[in-house]
Design a protein around this ligand. Structure first.
Ligand code: GLA
Length: 393
């Protein structure tokens, strides 16, 4: 059964009626530009064909009732109570089951935009084919699908960037994950055959054609099955290091530093902070270089930039894990044009840019190498840049 049908069926089974509609939004891979978003820098992600579906309807009550295929429970909250539940206090777990905080957090963040407007009760059922915890933004896909559904049902008429901001607010303040805005923006602005260049300071975007298909290239996702969570640990720590680096340089954010500032940074900070700063500063430049290379020379010219990005995350930002390094190294040794881990790190997925004819051999080689290393089997599949949110039914 497709995820679309699963959402519809769950809705009917849970709420005893047909939904008014089904809305969906995609996950993403990031082509390049990692951990630069919360430093007000540049990113170049694209939306993938994997999507999350929200079947939804106004229910004639003043409650939001939520179900999902991720959990057995049904969560019911009066709309008027959302303001008492969120924001989740820093460091605490949400007061509702975590899976439902993505959905209810979006309702809350939308409601907060116009607290005096009516926000009638809704029923929502969620199903998804975006792998969870793989670094493919399953959470932004939920937020995007729910924001799109409520935008229509509550007749809010918000544009995709406004809905991306709502999703990010839900993620930061309801779920409590201190992430940037890349995932929500890439989900909401996805276009077939194009990546989205995002200036994470101004939120200006530009659609950059990737030309993968016409160049005979595929993007392979190698999901290592090593699961991460961004609400805790390493992600938060990296973010703090970046803020400290910016403070020591006397700038608002690392967006305001360039490669020319690195010698000065070396004098001002300890080795670890310096390496975190160096990753961000060089990564921002690599994003700009990748956009320029795609536009002037095409996708076969971006391989070295992807490889340099991975090395920087492995050695300077230290967010890779052995499974990701093995995936990248093996893909490159077997003919990939470029490869790098994608997303927040500490697990999740790598991407490899591979000529169509080499997909089978790269997949086979990574599969064998993972088995030899004693790793869990990787889940390997191709993705194409795909469209953003839509109403499916
Ligand atoms: C996660 C976060 C994003 C971004 C990436 C790293 O996906 O949700 O905001 O910081 O990690 O680039």
């Amino acid at each position: 059964m497709s995820a679309l049908e699963a959402a519809r069926e769950l809705f009917t089974g849970s709420f005893g009626a047909r939904p008014d509609g089904v809305w969906s939004a995609p996950g993403r891979v990031n082509l390049i530009g990692e951990h630069t978003d919360y430093n007000e820098g540049f990113v170049l992600p694209f939306a993938i064909p994997h999507r999350t579906f929200a079947a939804a309807a106004l229910n004639g009550t003043d409650e939001i009732r939520v179900r999902s295929t991720f959990a057995d429970d049904r969560v019911v909250v009066p709309v008027a109570d959302l303001g008492g539940i969120f924001p989740t206090p820093a460091g605490a777990a949400p007061a509702v089951p975590e899976w439902s905080a993505y959905v209810l957090g979006v309702a809350w963040a939308l409601w907060m935009l116009q607290p005096d407007a009516p926000a009638p009760g809704v029923d929502i059922a969620i199903a998804s084919d975006v792998p969870v915890g793989a670094g493919l933004s399953s959470s932004a896909a939920i937020e995007g699908a729910v924001a799109s559904a409520l935008n229509d049902l509550w007749e809010l008429d918000l544009d995709p960037v406004a809905l991306a901001r709502v999703g990010r607010r839900a993620e930061n303040e309801a779920v409590g994950a201190p992430t940037g805005i890349m995932d929500q923006m890439s989900s909401m602005l996805g276009r077939p055959d194009a990546a989205t260049f995002i200036d994470c300071r101004s939120l200006e975007t530009r659609s950059v054609p990737t030309g993968f298909a016409s160049a005979g290239l595929d993007v392979l996702v190698i999901d290592t099955q090593v699961r991460h969570a961004h609400a805790t640990g390493g992600y938060r720590e990296r973010r703090a290091s970046c803020e400290r680096g910016a403070e020591l340089l006397g700038i608002r954010s690392l967006r305001d530093a360039s490669v020319a500032d690195l010698p000065r940074a070396e004098e001002l900070m300890d080795d670890v902070t310096l390496r975190r700063v160096r990753h961000i500063v060089t990564e921002n430049q690599r994003v700009l270089d990748t956009v320029a290379a795609l536009q002037s020379r095409g996708p076969r010219a971006i391989g070295d930039l992807l490889v340099a990005s991975h090395a920087s995350m492995r050695d300077d930002f230290e967010i890779s894990v052995p499974e990701l390094d093995t995936a990248v190294d093996t893909a490159l040794a077997n003919g990939a044009i470029g490869a790098r881990m994608t997303g927040g790190g500490f697990g999740g997925a790598a991407i490899a840019l591979v000529a169509h004819a080499d997909v089978g051999s790269v997949t086979g080689a990574v599969t064998r190498e993972f088995a030899d290393a004693g790793f869990a089997a990787a889940h390997i599949f191709t993705v194409t840049p795909s469209e953003g949110p839509r109403r499916d039914a």
